[in-house]
Ligand binder design. Sequence first.
Ligand SMILES: NC(=O)c1ccc[n+]([C@@H]2O[C@H](COP(=O)([O-])OP(=O)(O)OC[C@H]3O[C@@H](n4cnc5c(N)ncnc54)[C@H](OP(=O)(O)O)[C@@H]3O)[C@@H](O)[C@H]2O)c1
Length: 231
Amino acid sequence: MKKILVIGGSSGIGRAVVAQLSSQGHEVFATYNSTAPVDDYSNVHFFPLNILDETLDFSVIPNELNGLVYCPGAIDLQPFSKIAPQAFIDDFNLQVVGAVKVIQANINALRKGTGSVVFYSTVANQMGFKYHSLVAASKGAIEGLTKSLASEYAPKVRFNAVAPSLTSTPLASKFLNSDAKVEANAKTHPLQRIGSAEDIANMTTFLLSDQSSWVTGQVMHVDGGLSTLKM
Ligand SMILES: NC(=O)c1ccc[n+]([C@@H]2O[C@H](COP(=O)([O-])OP(=O)(O)OC[C@H]3O[C@@H](n4cnc5c(N)ncnc54)[C@H](OP(=O)(O)O)[C@@H]3O)[C@@H](O)[C@H]2O)c1
């Protein structure tokens, strides 16, 4: 049984990760911000946390942690010339500085627990897509952070990232709010469908498990083949 912290565990991909970890019998510490948790598991402790707050309270976290997943993210697609520089700073604070704060607060516990950390990147870092400059800038930083920290903390703590393509979650709902949009997006993927939160959670729980104990510093492309295959 592992002890795992999931930042953003009441919604989307994080919610699916929490469900899988709970069914595998792990003890999970999961945060929520604006979405109150509706799931009730005996081995999951939910607590509120806004990563943008000045001080973060991790007093419920044990002094030994075997895994950490950082879910907060954004997909704000706009023409580059319309994006104020401050929007890049705000996006970076949520997607990158938030991850930095959580890792720094819990690195000793992760070292004690020979932990595995999972971040999320995006398919828009493997390929260039128009209007994706905001998310690509932050997720590019996440990929760099993944590799740097993997090197710095080997062999005690592993760091990997999962880079999804469009996945059906509350965050992506504006791109998927009609059958026509779902079908059109599915058709752009070699595997002819969009992702589910469970598709991404499957890779995440693999990276948290001992089955991936020789994997670190990697970006796993879970994207229906979009980033590497021609149709
Ligand atoms: N869905 C996609 O198509 C897609 C594609 C590529 C990459 N990704 C990446 O995958 C990750 C998970 O995405 P998702 O689609 O599951 O997103 P989601 O449905 O919006 O879930 C994100 C989670 O992060 C939490 N969160 C957001 N802001 C927070 C804050 N200020 N403080 C603390 N927690 C906060 C949310 O909590 P509350 O709901 O409680 O506020 C939620 O639990 C993100 O990093 C995203 O960029 C997603």
